[in-house]
Design a protein around this ligand. Structure first.
Ligand code: NAD
Length: 320
């Protein structure tokens, strides 16, 4: 009976989440064993090197395919870019393996997908997983790379009450708040609505910070006013896009907008919101405008893979 925990997708978020999860599982239960997998083999190798340098006695291995990881695991966590990757990793690799595994043994596999993707794709994939006899929840996250590193992410969970209870001890090793939003797909619905707010807010904070400086305000003074007033929000208080505007040096703007939430991923999330809004005929005037702005930012040389707060740099370039 498979017992390892697998983590598939060791990008900006997954790497930090897996580091927290595996470290705590290892410290809690010395016999725990771990598997990592990424389409870029160097990402899995870099993770293993870091993990084994911290815990030389830990049992960790690299799977060359998600199917190989699934074959040996009772818990599978995926953190992939979006719908196409989740579809291919599950439909072509994990689900056929689960089908074989559950047909021949008393395996009891739980799949946790933390990717932000289309609600209907997530529901279809979860239904196919359940069809094999395994279980699945959608558990997208909020809190960014800093929250992933600190182990303080919020998990927004969609799935049955039983799966939620089963997943809680795993999620609590990577996050601070774990919220059961409803049945399959509900975690993603909540995540898409949250990122709609975030995407719009980050643009308006960039606009205000730029305008304030044009009016002669010191960015640090303006940021402290916004952050202690009614305009305060995460985009200003934690992810302020202007270097030196915050007392701490943690926002991505302090590292040339590297290492945060890529503009292309924010554009993807605005696209997910736009897609469901159209399906359900829910008006999205600001969301659509924000999506168009991120489209422009993503087309700007060098900005597509920078943190989405680089919208500030885009507006700066617009202002000449
Ligand atoms: P990323 O692009 O840095 O990481 C994705 C990883 O998946 C990469 O390492 C890639 O090689 C791997 N991958 C792609 N296809 C694969 C496959 N077929 N098999 C195995 N591995 C594969 O993205 P990220 O920033 O870590 O974001 C991951 C997800 O989390 C996205 O859905 C994003 O919207 C969401 N998210 C990101 C943030 C953030 O701040 N970065 C915050 C909240 C949510």
């Amino acid at each position: 009976r498979p017992t390892s925990t697998s983590f598939i997708g060791l990008g900006r978020m997954g790497y930090q989440m897996a580091l927290n999860l595996f470290s705590k599982q290892h410290l809690n239960a010395n016999e725990a064993s771990f598997i990592v997998c990424d389409a870029v083999p160097e990402a899995a190798q870099a993770f293993c090197s870091e993990f084994t340098s911290q815990y030389p006695e830990a049992q960790i291995s690299i799977a060359s395919t998600p199917a190989e990881a699934a074959f040996a695991s009772s818990k599978i966590i995926t953190m992939l870019p979006s719908s196409p990757q989740v579809k291919s990793v599950y439909n072509e690799s994990i689900i056929p393996t689960l089908r074989k595994l559950h047909a021949t043994s008393s395996a009891d596999t739980l799949c946790i997908d933390s990717t932000t993707l289309d609600v209907s794709v997530a529901r279809e994939v979860a239904a196919s997983v359940v069809d094999t006899g395994a279980q699945m929840i959608d558990a997208p996250v909020s809190g960014g790379v800093s929250g992933a590193k600190a182990g303080t992410l919020s998990f927004l969970v969609g799935g049955t009450e039983e799966c939620f209870i089963q997943a809680q001890p795993v999620l609590s090793l990577m996050g601070g708040r774990i919220i059961h939003c409803g049945p399959s797909g509900a975690g993603l619905a909540a995540k898409i609505c949250n990122n709609l707010v975030l995407g719009v807010e980050q643009i308006v904070v960039a606009e205000a910070m730029l305008l304030g400086q044009s009016l002669g305000l010191n960015p640090a003074v303006l940021a402290s006013v916004i952050n202690s007033s009614t305009g305060g929000c995460w985009s200003s208080s934690t992810n302020n896009p202007v270097p030196s505007a915050l007392p701490d040096k943690s926002p991505p703007c302090e590292r040339d907008y590297e290492g945060g939430f890529a503009t292309v991923l924010m554009l993807k999330d605005m696209g997910l919101a736009s897609h469901v809004a159209e399906q359900y005929k829910s008006p999205l005037p600001l969301g659509e405008a924000a999506k168009e702005i991120y489209e422009e930012v993503a087309k700007t040389p060098d900005l597509a893979n920078k943190d989405f707060s680089a919208v500030y740099r885009f507006l700066q370039q617009q202002s000449g």
